[in-house]
Design a binder for this molecule. Structure first.
Ligand code: OAD
Length: 244
């Protein structure tokens, strides 16, 4: 799926001309790295009930099962490498003076690609949080025991990710909100079905940012964007960088 050269040219023009740019990413940006999305035909929520593995209630009911599910995902993430979309977004950070990346992904691939100014709205799978002492720790290795225990207080650890029904970190929300006051706002690989994340695109629109979307199909946000590039994120970024 190749995007028409004229549309790519238009996107390059907008991005090159922007003094400030924010990027919002979702699971689609990591699809070409071999990580499945949530709501596509082959998505994670087709075979797994999010209430079981992505709510605190589900976790408290069966922490062993939920940890085993996250450990399986970690093993998959460990093999994954950033694709041209992650790398292209890191490239943009080097080119545009005021840059913020807001991601819903927990896979760390944006960091691996070299992005630095990243707000991880939904947390990071490579961190744990203790339910007893609340200490957040970076994981040195994939837990062997399920559920793993806190080294300091022996409390039960949970993945440091945001589950359904949980509030986002208020500092992340504040910083992401500020990052909506920009010249251009790029939306990559998200269905736009999950809030408050999707709300940042609407907020950028209110600030009169020029909205560009990259997705393999229409999303909930397509109706508000100024330019839509229909294609796989990695391939579209290869075209953008070729036209830079
Ligand atoms: P979704 O699975 O809802 O949406 C993925 C989007 O990526 C869809 O719009 C696809 O069309 C698009 N897509 C698929 N492959 C692509 C590709 N190669 N290039 C570009 N686009 C592609 O995932 P998210 O929008 O990230 O939260 O979902 C948001 C949140 O819902 C996630 O962070 C997760 C999930 O439940 C929690 O678990 C709390």
């Amino acid at each position: 799926m190749t995007v028409a050269r004229s549309l790519v040219g238009q996107a390059v023009g907008v991005l090159k001309g922007a003094k400030s740019l924010s990027v919002l990413t979702g699971a689609g940006v990591s699809k070409e790295s071999g990580i499945p999305t949530f709501r596509d035909a082959d998505g994670i929520w087709k075979d797994m009930d999010p209430l079981k593995v992505a709510t605190l209630e589900g976790f408290m009911k069966d922490p062993k099962f939920v940890w085993e599910w996250y450990i399986a995902r970690m093993n998959k993430f460990k093999e994954a490498k950033p694709n041209p979309a992650h790398k292209g977004i890191a490239f943009l950070e080097g080119k545009i003076p005021q840059f913020t990346l807001i991601t819903q992904n927990i896979d760390n691939l944006h960091h691996d690609a070299g992005s630095r100014h990243v707000i991880e709205l939904h947390g990071n799978i490579w961190r744990t949080r203790c339910l007893k002492c609340h200490e957040v720790e970076r994981m040195e290795s994939i837990p062997q025991k399920s559920p793993p225990q806190c080294q300091k207080c022996q409390g039960m650890l949970r993945p440091d990710v945001v589950w359904f029904g949980e509030a986002l970190d208020p500092d992340h929300v504040r910083r992401a909100g500020e990052a909506c006051d920009v010249d251009a706002f790029l939306i990559v690989g998200t269905s736009g079905q999950v809030w408050p994340a999707a709300g940042f695109a609407h907020e950028a629109k209110r600030h009169r940012a020029y909205l560009v979307e990259i997705n393999t199909q229409e999303s909930e946000l397509s109706s508000i964007v100024d330019l839509s590039l229909l294609g796989r994120a990695g391939e579209v970024f290869e075209q953008i960088l070729a036209g830079w």
